[in-house]
Ligand binder design. Structure first.
Ligand code: HEM
Length: 345
């Protein structure tokens, strides 16, 4: 029953991710609709499901979830391995060694796939939302071949570089798999959108998203991704050499590494949503047009406070329960486990 419940949660979460991403992808890349007096109406359900944005985003999110699970198990296993000493705790060490080994395999495969899919996403983004890519790279002027930023300090209001270290050709490679190819910069794209949407929003409307947030979100996600890859591969190497237990500092690091997938997930999501600004539905509706006249500021504030409180309580309960079970004796009898669960509430 326990195993059945686990699989139901997995399948339910994956289906939920799929539907959320189908809905969200309409905002990123609207498809399968017609405008009827300003109201978007769906024309084809199949086209909505096969929105190309979904099919780069969904595999990225699924493999990111596998990576998150793997790093969580790696961190808890590392903690328990560090804490178990003496012959009496040998069974515990065997158990957490096994969970560490499996999690290292899953983590390495998961994060490798996340990076591969991420590469495809970036290629899709250059075509579908070039401003998001320009913002993520702090690329103010168009380039061919386009360089990738190692560090850019920009003047955001002035829309120009102040200081930049860039790797020549790497952004073209990320976008087209070859070391040449034009990537449009923020200023050219803004001018192109101003011309394209002049009738609707006037000639001076701005189409540039928050730059520093996009730039650093992209770097945090990719940085955390490559760090996790290195950690998972090193963990596999130590397991292969049977030297894991001698590397206590590495085990301690793996406990802290639990934070990495959460950082990558949150910053990935920030990039996805902030990079879409100022659009609520890309190319179709700006944020200010989506503000409902029926909703007051007070109502918005009240719902924000309510949701923050509810989710704050849920996070606290979640962390409490996760910690409790991570610390519990895994060899305790089932009755004891049930009792612990009851006492948790
Ligand atoms: C290391 C290389 C990576 C690359 C090149 C990459 C690429 C991308 C790109 C381009 C996007 C935005 C897609 C869009 O808005 O169109 C994105 C979003 C995202 N990424 Fe990554 N990523 C990488 C690593 C990771 C890792 C390691 C994780 C988590 C473990 C992660 C989790 C996410 C999440 C959750 C989103 C938001 C998805 C959504 O809300 O629809 N990424 N990634």
């Amino acid at each position: 029953m326990h195993l059945f419940a686990i699989w139901m949660v997995v399948i339910g979460s994956w289906l939920s991710a799929l539907w959320i991403l189908i809905a969200n992808s309409f905002m990123q890349e609207p498809v399968a609709y017609t405008l009827n007096g300003g109201r978007a109406e769906m024309t084809n359900f199949g086209d909505l499901l096969t929105n190309p944005h979904v099919w780069v985003q969904f595999p990225h999110v699924l493999t990111a979830a596998v990576t998150t699970g793997a790093f969580f198990v790696l961190g808890i296993s590392a903690y328990r391995l560090l804490k178990s000493r003496g012959d009496r705790e040998q069974p515990l060490r065997d158990l957490f060694m096994r969970s560490f080994r499996w999690a290292a395999v899953y983590g390495a495969i998961g994060v490798f796939l996340v990076i591969m899919v991420g590469h495809q996403q970036a290629q899709h983004m250059v075509q579908a939302q070039p401003m998001k890519m320009a913002a993520a790279e702090g690329l103010f002027e168009s380039e061919d071949p386009a360089s990738m930023s190692l560090l850019t300090i920009g003047d955001e209001p002035g829309r120009r570089d102040v200081f930049s270290i860039r790797i020549p050709g790497l952004l073209s490679f990320l976008a087209y798999n070859r070391f040449e190819g034009r990537i449009e910069g923020i200023n050219d794209l803004n001018a192109a959108y101003q011309a394209q949407f002049a009738d609707q929003y006037g000639p001076d409307a701005d189409y540039v998203p928050p730059l520093a947030l996009n730039y650093w979100s992209f770097r945090a996600m990719v940085g955390a991704g490559f760090l996790m890859l290195a950690l998972a591969l090193y963990a596999l190497y130590l397991l292969y050499k049977r030297r894991l237990m001698t590397k206590r500092r590495f085990l301690r690091l793996m406990v802290w590494a639990i934070a990495l997938p959460y950082i990558a997930n949150s910053t990935g999501w920030l990039l996805t949503e902030l990079g879409r600004q100022p659009w609520i539905v890309f190319g179709l509706q700006r944020i200010e047009e989506a503000v409902s006249p029926n909703v007051t500021t007070g109502m918005l504030l009240a719902s924000l406070v309510l949701f923050t409180t509810i989710y704050g309580i849920l996070i606290a309960v979640d962390v409490y329960l996760l910690r409790k079970y991570a610390m519990a004796d895994p060899h305790a009898k089932e009755d004891d486990a049930a009792l612990t669960l009851e006492s948790a509430f």
